[in-house]
Design a protein around this ligand. Structure first.
Ligand SMILES: Cc1cc2nc3c(=O)[nH]c(=O)nc-3n(C[C@H](O)[C@H](O)[C@H](O)COP(=O)(O)OP(=O)(O)OC[C@H]3O[C@@H](n4cnc5c(N)ncnc54)[C@H](O)[C@@H]3O)c2cc1C
Length: 411
């Protein structure tokens, strides 16, 4: 078969983006990320056990100049890293816990990258540099108390009056929500259920309030907020993207967001493997290291195989995203990247949850304690099967591409 025929064949994926060679430049970035992660670990350990927000994530990553990794060098401390480099960085961050990584998903993947893609030059110059230095933290507010998997049903609305838009409504479960300085917010024109728009809302806007959500199943060290808009006054120049294109803004943001979740989950799985191997080489039962019991070896082998598979899929998704980013007008490439990213997120999230469970099993009773990271991963990584598209939504998205649009469940 000719190369072109091979590519067109439905049974063979386009593997032309499968070169995973890590460049010297990428290694340098990863070294800086690794150093920052090593500083975070003891603090995250302490905060987790005290169920306390980790307020050192921001200064540590700010000092390492990592708050604008994939943002263009034109803006502040942006480093212009491509999607794979950024995914590799988040994989390393993910080893420190899903809470630490979720900060980056909210700030960078859903916030900064969305502003960079859809913002006017004036908006980007006004805000992006401050976000890369940590002077401004970003969040992404799509979900509402009554609108999650179906963002089309959101109730937050806006009304133009004079030089401002006035927003009314609320947003729930927003990562970085109560610590963010700048939030991408979605709303419909008042009285309408179409023509959704996106806005850049500053935290000190009149009519805006935010509070942290308590009693979460996991992620005690990272912020998840509730946002309230009561005639919240947003300058007209803060509409993000073209009028009526809010859903397109949201969907492209979710591509970056899902990739960040996938990468972070690969890091979680790596940490589960490291921890399971370490413990199996230390713990003795029946006069042997438990690693010598073959049924314990099976748990380790299964984590390892799942890790390698989810890592390869995630890197492939990242490379496709980089390719699509380089050709923003190629909708075919974007759809392909979107589909593979959905699969990577779905796979890596489930693998990390399953692997955390296996690592807990290897640890026995010690796995049942938050003193050990497998237990934290088990509860924290659970959210990765919910946010940025639940398992069910992604399963349908993945299948519909194969079955045809007439099988779309949501229409
Ligand atoms: C810690 C955390 C952080 C988050 N961060 C953010 C953030 O930064 N920004 C943001 O906007 N949102 C955020 N979210 C919200 C998250 O994206 C939503 O929770 C998610 O989209 C699911 O929506 P929902 O919770 O309303 O569930 P629902 O949509 O009510 O779904 C409930 C159940 O029904 C299923 N279901 C719904 N519709 C269908 C269907 N058509 N077919 C089959 N099954 C279906 C779902 O899969 C799920 O199992 C966060 C959530 C959490 C928990």
């Amino acid at each position: 078969m000719q190369q072109e025929e091979l590519r067109d064949s439905k049974d063979i994926s386009d593997l032309s983006v499968m070169n995973f060679e890590i460049s010297d430049e990428q290694r340098l970035v990863l070294k800086v990320v690794d150093e920052a992660c090593k500083k975070i670990r003891p603090i995250e350990d302490k905060c987790y056990l005290e169920h306390k927000f980790n307020d050192k994530v921001l200064p540590i990553f700010k000092n390492a100049h990592l708050l604008g990794l994939p943002i263009s060098g034109k803006y502040g401390e942006g480093q212009g890293a491509d999607a794979l480099t950024y995914a590799l960085a988040l994989e390393r961050v993910g080893q420190e816990g899903t809470g630490v990584r979720t900060f980056f998903s909210g700030h960078t993947s859903l916030g900064q990258l969305t502003l960079q893609k859809w913002g006017s030059e004036e908006q980007k110059e006004r805000y992006l540099p401050k976000t890369t230095t940590g002077e401004m933290i970003m969040a992404f507010g799509l979900t509402e108390p009554t609108a999650g998997s179906d963002p089309g049903s959101l109730k937050t609305n806006f009304e133009p009056r004079g030089n401002y838009f006035y927003l009314n409504g609320s947003k729930a479960w927003i990562s970085n929500g109560s610590i963010a300085d700048l939030i991408v917010v979605f709303a419909y024109p008042k009285g309408k259920t179409e023509g959704m728009c996106a806005f850049l809302v500053e935290k000190n806007s009149e009519g805006f309030e935010a509070s942290p959500i308590k009693n979460k199943l996991g992620l005690p060290t990272s912020d998840t907020g509730l946002l309230y808009f009561s005639d919240c006054k947003v300058p007209k120049e803060n509409m993000l993207g073209p009028i009526g294109k809010g859903l397109s803004v949201a969907y492209t943001a979710l591509m970056s967001g899902r990739l960040s979740v996938a990468a972070g989950c690969v890091g979680v799985t790596q940490d589960c493997l490291n921890e399971a191997v370490r413990y199996a080489q230390e713990r003795v039962q029946h006069k042997k290291k438990i690693g010598k019991h073959q049924l314990v070896q099976r748990e380790i082998a299964k984590i390892s195989v799942d890790l390698e598979a989810s890592r390869l899929l995630t890197y492939r998704a990242a490379l496709l995203k980089a390719k699509s980013d380089a050709k923003p007008n190629d909708s075919g490439l974007r759809n392909e990247a979107d589909w593979i990213i959905a699969q990577a997120k779905y796979c890596a999230a489930n693998v990390s949850f399953r692997s955390a469970d296996r690592a807990v099993q290897v640890f026995g009773a010690n796995g049942f304690s938050f003193e050990n990271r497998p237990a934290r991963h088990l509860v924290d990584t659970r959210v990765c099967r919910i946010y940025e598209g639940t398992d069910q939504i992604l399963e349908q998205k993945i299948a519909v591409k194969l079955l045809g649009n007439e099988y779309e469940a949501f229409s």
